[in-house]
Design a protein around this ligand. Structure first.
Ligand code: OAD
Length: 231
């Protein structure tokens, strides 16, 4: 049995109604990421940043998991070779689709973080710059999101899982944001087979050994069922 690492991106939640970042009409075509997704932007205008993530949180909480989330949970549950599910997504749709132990490398919109004492807690639906930290009282609460210029979470665990894997699968991600974009190279260098599942596969030919093109809600369940039949 092969060990599998699955990396997901915004494309896996697109059919749940959550916008992607770089597609036509995506979030980064409508917002300046340096203003809403950097520590410097937050220092300049915490109200703007909280408003941006309050809208993301409302969208995520009002969305439902789709067939791709459910299929990946089923894979992790049924596949005995071992599946590590890593997501760049900040929504909780993998968990609500039934997945356990999801590695959120870019943080979670449902969690809050104190920038002073680093305490974390469940975020309220609406966060406000005037909120205080429940542990130290500082008025420095932020969404528990990894911003550009910050180190993604759980990197050691993720790289170790990729180096031990026989199959690496990237689903619904443009492969433009490092370090996640480099995971396929780590996997290939460690001898793993690499597979991309995407509506429109990345334009760099040969980056993955195999590509499945299609919407996540169809392509992912089909791939999962094929894999489970093979074992
Ligand atoms: P992107 O918006 O960069 O890419 C979304 C990918 O999903 C594209 O490759 C699309 O082709 C694909 N896609 C769209 N709809 C799909 C569907 N229905 N089925 C399958 N694929 C589909 O989003 P990410 O790659 O997730 O980070 O972006 C990576 C990071 O950049 C995010 O985590 C976020 C962002 O800035 C931070 O904010 C730190």
């Amino acid at each position: 049995m092969s060990r599998i690492v699955v990396l997901t991106g915004a494309g896996v939640s697109a059919e749940s109604g959550l916008g992607t970042f770089r597609d036509k009409g995506g979030l980064w075509t409508r917002y300046d990421l340096s203003e809403v997704a950097t520590p410097e932007g937050f220092a300049r205008n915490p109200r703007l940043v909280h408003d941006f993530y309050n809208a993301r949180r409302a969208n995520a909480l009002d969305a439902s998991p789709n067939a791709a989330h459910v299929a990946l949970a089923r894979l992790a549950d049924r596949y005995t070779g071992g599946v590590t599910l890593v997501t760049q997504n900040i929504d909780d749709l993998h968990e609500r689709g039934g997945a356990r132990d999801v590695i959120h490398m870019h943080g979670e919109i449902t969690r809050a973080l104190c920038a002073v004492c680093e305490t974390r807690w469940d975020a309220p639906r609406v966060m406000d710059p005037a909120d205080t930290c429940p542990a130290c009282g500082a008025r420095a609460t932020r969404p528990d999101i990894v911003w550009f210029g910050e180190m993604p979470y759980h990197m050691e665990r993720i790289v170790a899982a990729i180096e031990a894997a026989e199959l690496f699968v990237a689903i619904g991600t443009s492969g433009e944001v490092y370090p996640a974009a480099g995971f396929v190279d780590i996997a290939a260098a460690s001898g793993a087979e690499t597979l991309e599942i995407n509506l429109e596969p990345t334009p760099v030919p040969g980056r993955f050994d195999r590509v499945i093109a299609g919407p996540a809600t169809q392509a992912v369940p089909d791939w999962v069922e094929t894999l489970l039949r093979e074992v």
